[in-house]
Design a protein around this ligand. Structure first.
Ligand code: CP3
Length: 346
């Protein structure tokens, strides 16, 4: 591996400068991505390994990022499980047959991963194209976040139907969470076998829960995934947003690296998580719209709070937005590397 500072930071080992990558680093803010999307749908890009690998490398060819993430989506396991998924233009994901009762949850298939072979194939191709320049991250959605899409039928504001199932039909809820946990464990294992050198579990919307509900309705299922993957030996990142109040519990659920969003200062988050665990974050993605001196002030602040301690991976607190100025992305990456450069004793 030519550049392994991301993997080192995941293991809390010292690095020459802070590694940086951005969630959604391959996407619509890049003209080369938009050009491909003009010819292919989102699902076509995901299901054609050559195209998915090509998109994965777009940000790596343009910026000195320290990790690549395979181009896919957390909702891809839905189709083989029996959920009818569509990425509607301008609307985001739509599930045409949402699960709302016990019978619907019973009907969901616990797939073994074979149906998602195209992701494994894309990982193999992306690894070959990367040629050891930077490590490749695999990923999946966490059970709560997947359940919210499966139940609501798309994005949601209040997670009304999700919480309704949780509170009114706890047996049905736990069965659904258990099915997702099993599918995701197998799917991530398959990605690791195909060449993913780290994995990230996205629990993007779990921050809508109280800590008590997290512990009761979510934590055991997430734990099953991390426990099931421990012996694979690759670093595991546990990400959520709006999770400042439940960082301790997320850490208990598992993961070598805990994702931190911008709502909490990085040093406070790291104190809660514990300095023996790595952290990833935590620039507000909207900060990339600020004038460059302001971007620099914020990057500097995060690095100051990380205090040169081993185990910090610089990232946004959530995915990069489609209208983000691309020069600011390039500038932010350079700032992270330059402002954090240090001597490493070997
Ligand atoms: O980070 C990367 O570069 C890898 C690719 C990636 C995508 N989705 C591609 C994508 C990753 C890691 C995801 C994860 C994902 N997908 C999450 C968790 C992270 C998060 O942002 O919270 C969620 C909740 C989804 C579900 C999803 N997929 C939504 C809500 C949307 C629509 C919103 C949007 O940004 O348009 C998608 C579509 C999607 N997934 C796009 C991309 C690049 C946009 C598709 C397009 O080109 O039109």
């Amino acid at each position: 591996m030519i550049n392994d500072r991301f993997l080192k930071a995941c293991r809390c080992e010292p690095v020459d400068c802070t590694p940086v990558w951005f969630m959604r680093q391959a996407g619509r803010y890049m003209p080369e991505y938009r050009a491909l999307r003009a010819k292919h749908s989102m699902l076509e890009l995901c299901k054609t390994p050559e195209l998915a690998a090509q998109v994965t490398l777009q940000p790596i060819d343009r910026f000195p990022l320290d990790a690549a993430i395979i181009f896919a989506d957390i909702l891809l396991p839905f189709e083989p499980m029996g959920l009818n998924l569509e990425f509607a233009e301008g609307e985001g994901p739509v599930i045409h047959n949402p699960v709302r009762d016990h019978a619907a949850v019973e009907r969901l298939s616990v797939i073994d991963g074979g149906e998602l072979n195209y992701v494994a194939e894309a990982i193999g191709q992306a690894r070959r194209a990367l040629n050891a320049r930077v490590p490749l991250i695999g990923f999946a959605g966490a059970p709560f976040t997947l359940a919210s899409y499966a139940i609501e039928g798309g994005s949601s504001r209040n997670y009304l139907l999700t919480k309704q199932m949780m509170y009114c039909e706890p047996k049905t809820w736990h069965l659904l969470m258990d099915k997702f946990a099993r599918v995701i464990t197998g799917y991530l294992r398959q990605q690791i076998k195909a060449g993913a050198q780290a994995i990230q579990l996205f629990d993007s919307w779990v921050g809508c829960l109280s800590v008590g509900d997290y512990v009761e309705y979510v934590l055991p299922h997430v734990q099953l995934i991390f426990e099931g993957l421990k012996r694979e030996g690759v670093p595991m990142i546990h990400f959520g947003t709006g999770t400042s109040a439940m960082l301790r519990q997320m850490r208990a659920a598992g993961g070598d690296v805990i994702g931190v969003d911008w709502r909490i200062p990085l040093d406070e988050a790291w104190e809660i998580v514990g300095h023996d665990t790595a952290v990833q974050g935590n620039l507000d993605p909207l900060a990339l719209y600020a004038p460059l001196p302001e971007v620099e002030r914020r990057v500097e602040d995060i690095l100051r709070r990380a205090a040169g301690r081993p185990g910090h991976i610089f990232n946004l607190g959530h995915g990069i937005l489609p209208t983000t100025p691309i020069e600011h992305v390039a500038a932010a990456i350079d700032m992270v590397h330059k402002l954090s450069a240090r001597q490493v004793k070997s």
